[in-house]
Design a protein around this ligand. Structure first.
Ligand SMILES: *Cc1c(COP(=O)(O)O)cnc(C)c1O
Length: 364
């Protein structure tokens, strides 16, 4: 019997994943632990604290607000901010975060701020675009930036790029091209940056698929949480989170009666349905309604029926004899977040990072 919806986070599994990743790295390669989006929905602060105990010394988040939360919780390690926005640059300095400079505009804004505050040698990272075409300096812009701005204001800690296809089977022409472009960037940086920054390109899938490209550091997120985007590699990791909730009410429905908003489901025979206290406000989106998503009750798989509501969803319990309070499992270590999301054509990343803060986090 469980009494409310909860996300049970297994800290031994987190340690297992961390150690598995470390075992793929040379001793001198830094593991940058990515704890953006509240630690991929788990709990950024707790995850960072645990990883810190395990030996992690470098962390990354996406936006400054996430870094502020970690700083306020007492995390003192180096904290990289992948996508700082202009309005966040003050906070970045205030909380001693390390911004990633990804184009001339954000770099110039940051340099002006450092000048204004009379700060020198501020740790930053540089992001280069090698083919993902999302964010980052082109080789040409990087060149002119380094020639102009490589003064005493910035301490360029690292220069990196991000792969667009790292989970694809090898050989992958596009990935090869990205590595090649990054080599050009490396030689340009070596020429223009006497401080010799560190270089990195790999995310989680990259560590599994291209360990020979680990360079000075890797930036791993999803693998810490137990997923590697490939069935073989997934076996070496343990999903750390289990999402479950009690069945909080059971109804008997006559043939022809409907369930939920807009008569989302109509009973084709006499049925028993269970109500689960999780809805789209908790991250179980409407795409999981109408039989797409499946949950497990007493070892059996049953469909989510009708439209997912904001705070609740309904399941068909006709085939299972169970009382209220019985646990319904959305995903766990056996039927994983990746399995649950596959039915709705999406990925573990999405559901994990959408889990609302109102879901109780429990640590085991
Ligand atoms: C999120 C992110 C990562 C981590 O990716 P995973 O696939 O979760 O390992 C690495 N680098 C950058 C730039 C990111 O935005």
């Amino acid at each position: 019997m469980i009494k409310e919806a909860r996300l049970t986070i297994n800290l031994d599994s987190l340690a297992h994943n961390y150690k598995t990743l470390k075992s793929k790295l040379n001793p001198e390669t830094t593991l940058i632990a990515v704890v953006k989006a509240n630690g991929y929905g788990n709990d950024g602060v707790r995850i960072a604290q645990e990883l810190s105990k395990l030996g992690a010394t470098y962390f990354a988040v996406a936006y400054a607000s996430e870094g502020n939360i970690l700083r306020k919780s007492g995390i003192k390690d180096s904290l990289m901010v992948f996508y700082p926005q202009e309005a966040q640059l003050e906070q970045i300095i205030e909380h001693q975060l390390e911004p990633v400079l990804y184009n001339l505009e954000i770099s110039n804004a940051f340099i002006s701020l450092l000048k204004e505050k009379n700060i020198e040698n501020y740790p930053v990272h540089i992001k280069c675009n090698t083919g993902l075409n999302r964010i980052g300096f082109s080789l040409e812009n990087l060149d002119s930036f380094l020639r102009k701005s490589n003064g005493p204001l910035l301490d360029i800690k690292s220069v990196y790029s991000h792969l667009g296809f790292s989970e694809n089977p090898k050989p992958c022409a596009l990935t090869k091209k990205q590595f090649y472009t990054f080599e050009l960037i490396k030689s340009r940086v070596r020429e223009l940056c006497p401080s010799l920054p560190k270089f990195h390109v790999l995310n989680s899938s990259g560590v599994f698929n291209y360990p020979e490209h680990q360079l000075d550091a890797v930036r791993t997120g999803i693998a810490l949480y137990g997923f590697a985007n490939n069935p073989e590699w997934n076996k070496t990791l343990k999903p750390i989170a289990k999402l479950s909730a009690p069945i909080c009410q059971i109804h008997f429905i006559k043939k022809g009666e409907s369930v939920g908003y807009n008569k989302g489901w109509i009973a084709s025979k006499e049925s028993r349905i269970g109500i689960i206290p999780l809805g789209h406000a908790d991250g179980i989106g409407r795409q999981y309604g109408n039989g797409v998503g499946k949950v497990r009750v007493l070892g059996q798989t049953v469909p989510i029926i009708g439209n997912v509501c904001m705070d609740m969803l309904m399941i068909d319990l006709t085939s299972i004899d169970c009382p209220t309070g019985t646990e319904a499992i959305i995903f766990d270590q056996n039927f994983t977040a990746s399995d649950f999301t596959a039915a709705a054509n999406t990925i573990s990343y999405e559901i994990l990072t959408s889990l609302s803060p109102r879901i109780q986090r429990v640590y085991v």
